[in-house]
Every structure is written in structure tokens, then in C-alpha cells.
Design a protein around this ligand. Structure first.
Ligand SMILES: [Zn+2]
Length: 99
């Protein structure tokens, strides 16, 4: 895992990639990072949240394909309280926007 999530939200278009948890096609992403020195696209290993099922996912590669986090990655996210708070607020957002 590279940069950890911070308060600033950024978003962009991605190659369509199915959510490994719910199968919905995801073609855009939203990330939380601090500062403008971050790369413009998510890096492999960066965490994200499915906008449909609110599952925490990880970018698998520079094409924004998605996979489930490993238990080690999940533990690392949970250990970083600031990052975990951001991910949890993303999950809350995703759950609320569901019909
Ligand atoms: Zn999903």
C-alpha cells in the first residue's frame, strides 16, 4: 500500500471493472488523498469502496481493476485510524445512496 487516504476527495474515470463483491460495473473512482503531489490515478494497493455494495476493495493495477483486500491489507487499513475513518465514511455514503 502506498499513499494513505486523507481528507481531500478526488475522482476520475476508470476502465470499467466489475466489483468483485457485487458484480456491478464500476467505471469511475473516488479517492481520498492529501495534497496535489499524489499521482492522478489510484495506485495498486490503494483502498477504495464500491459505490453499490459498500464493500472495501483494493485497486489491483494501474488500470483501476479491483480486487478484494487480503486479510493483511484489511488489518493495515484498520490499524491506520485516520484512513479507516475515511473508508468508513465512504461506506456510509455508499449505503445511503443505495435505493
Ligand atoms: Zn460492489
Amino acid at each position: 500500500m502506498t499513499g494513505k487516504p486523507h481528507a481531500a476527495i478526488r475522482s476520475g474515470a476508470a476502465n470499467p471493472s466489475p466489483c468483485p463483491a457485487c458484480g456491478k460495473r464500476l467505471d469511475s473512482w473516488m479517492g481520498a488523498h492529501l495534497g496535489s503531489d499524489e499521482p492522478p490515478t489510484p495506485e495498486p494497493g490503494d483502498p477504495t469502496v464500491c459505490a453499490y455494495c459498500a464493500t472495501i476493495l483494493v485497486f489491483a493495477d494501474y488500470h483501476c481493476r479491483l480486487r478484494m483486500p487480503t486479510p493483511e491489507e484489511t488489518a493495515a487499513m484498520q490499524a491506520d485510524h485516520e484512513a479507516w475513518d475515511v473508508l468508513q465514511s465512504f461506506q456510509e455514503f455508499a449505503r445511503k445512496r443505495r435505493p
